[in-house]
Design a protein around this ligand. Sequence first.
Ligand SMILES: [Mg+2]
Length: 322
Amino acid sequence: MAGGGEFGFIRTRLAPLARGHPAALDLTDDAAVLTPAPGCQIVVASDMLVAGVHFLETDPPEVAAERALRSNLSDLAAMGAEPLGYLSSIAWPAGVTQAWRDGFVDGLASAQDRFGLALLGGDTTSGPGPFTISLTLLGQVPSGSALLRRSARAGDDVWVSGTIGDARLGLEISRGALAADPVLLERYRRPSPRLELGVALRGLASACLDVSDGLIADAGHIAAVSGVRLELQAGQIPLSPQSRRWLQEAPGASLVTLVTGGDDYELLFCARQDCRASIERLGREIGLVLTRVGLVADGAGVALLGEDGAHLETGAGGFTHF
Ligand SMILES: [Mg+2]
């Protein structure tokens, strides 16, 4: 971007997103200066979204911004962290209009207001490549309390929040491949990072991550780093009424599509069986359905089991970039 235009854009459009946060120094300095609460560790997550890969080139700029910030926040939720702020690095595509840039900033503003966040810094550039957004989220946890993937134990329950598969169907709607449904479309466009749940699971969950690649693939990540096997019951996977209807009515519809679709941004977590009552109470308190979907066992990998105990074939289990 031309110098004057870039600095003008930072001053008039991005600086207000700092919301006067002391760490941001009104985006006038070389770097942010962040003070964590006493006794806390900083949790940092970075994610890049590329047009045509992580969102559709046809998605409105507000949607790209909301998806970027919300999906990044989901990584903080998965660690049990409360968000402190974020850095935003944006490569605008060639020929981007002012209205389009404004729409993107409006999307960031809307998402950060929803979750009480401030922009602490970043960079903007433009280039010949696709529109690319890289966000770095900063959060904090009391020292030693971050939720990790590596500590699931055989005998633990496996739980998942919310419903699985809606965003996969929402993506199909965005592509014009499925009839419009506002609930499913919203689940794809504006995922809900489960920040309140993540914080409440500190000291309760033995392992946790957010479902971004697909339920089966992500369960596999816990299995791999914890050195255990996750056995999930197909009949227990929580589905929305819309997904259930799709499953019953759409030609060729399969549960496998929903459990390997990804972009759910629900939390998949493990917990000792004596935590069941506490977790059920927690779900009622925060108004979020928490469903026990299986058990951690000795062994390796993930099994999706049908009603008769037979293994269901899930292929690669989810999305991988290469
Ligand atoms: Mg994640």
